[in-house]
Design a protein around this ligand. Structure first.
Ligand SMILES: [Zn+2]
Length: 278
């Protein structure tokens, strides 16, 4: 406690902050690991922000304090109010999981798979990254490939959803040809969407918004093509033990579009719950 308060600067000494951290410690009881984890999270995050400059520094400290508090308080609420009501579910899940679906979507904070699908813990096996991308299978498979393989070979999922979304930052960077020299890792990662980029660039659109909307769709289709190159997916599709779905979530309206593999069109999923991509 003393160590943390010394490191976070004047803002942390506000009564509200100290009371809340103490409350967490009280709740954690004798759990040394819980106390250490919370202290580490606070300390690491704040030290990361020490590199900020000028007046922004103080505001970052203040907002950081609020954000960390909000997260910890949410965890406390979960442990005190939500978990007891779902203890039977977590008891059942404590030794095994049996998700039916691999859900691949963007890291975007506004797209929350379990919220959108109203599913409980244990239902979705989730991959999230910038641009809901699945690299094609290759000689040096990475984390996404390993997760896809595990989902099929070990968990035996029957469905894979690749879900893009409106106002996607990754797709915006591609469609607007944003200079990504200062983010080489992002630039390299988005190369896995080159097929969608090329298709998008070959067409005419009346506006930037229309171009972006089309790219989000093209990217979902491209990633469905990429995931088909994974041996475990190919086998599942041939044996008809696996189905692919291409979805697009509209953040403003809440609508979900789904790719109809028959027509190649994206249709409202609520009106066409039976359609799938392939
Ligand atoms: Zn996105």
């Amino acid at each position: 406690m003393r160590c943390v308060s010394e490191r976070v600067g004047p803002g942390c000494r506000q009564p509200g902050f100290l009371w809340r951290v103490q409350a967490q410690h009280s709740f954690a009881g004798n759990s040394r690991q819980a106390r250490t984890t919370i202290s580490t999270v606070i300390r690491a995050t704040i030290e990361g922000l020490r590199y900020s400059r000028g007046n922004l520094k103080i505001r970052l400290y203040d907002s950081l304090e609020n954000i960390v508090q909000e997260i910890i308080e949410g965890l406390i609420r979960f442990q005190r109010e939500v978990f007891p009501q779902q203890s039977a579910l977590f008891k059942r899940l404590s030794t095994a999981q049996n998700p039916s679906t691999l859900f691949v979507t963007c890291s975007d904070s506004r797209v929350v798979p379990e919220l959108l699908t109203q599913t409980e813990p244990g239902s979705l096996f989730v991959i999230r990254n910038a641009g809901n991308i699945v690299p094609s299978y290759g000689p040096e498979p990475g984390g996404v490939s390993a997760t896809v393989e595990y989902a099929i070979a070990v968990l035996g999922v029957s469905d894979i959803v690749i879900c893009g979304h409106s106002n996607c930052g990754a797709m915006t960077a591609i469609s607007s040809c944003t200079n990504l020299e200062h983010m080489p890792a992002v630039a390299s990662w988005l190369r896995h969407a080159d097929a969608a980029k090329a298709i998008n660039a070959s067409r005419h659109y009346c506006s930037d918004a229309e171009r972006l909307e089309a790219l989000v769709k093209d990217n979902v289709i491209a990633q469905l093509g990429n995931i088909r190159t994974h041996p475990s997916v190919a086998v599942g599709l041939v044996n008809k033990t696996l189905r692919l779905h291409g979805w697009i979530f509209n953040i403003e309206s809440g609508e979900m579009l789904a790719l109809d593999g028959q027509s190649g069109k994206f249709l409202p999923l609520a009106d066409n719950p039976e359609i799938f991509a392939g």
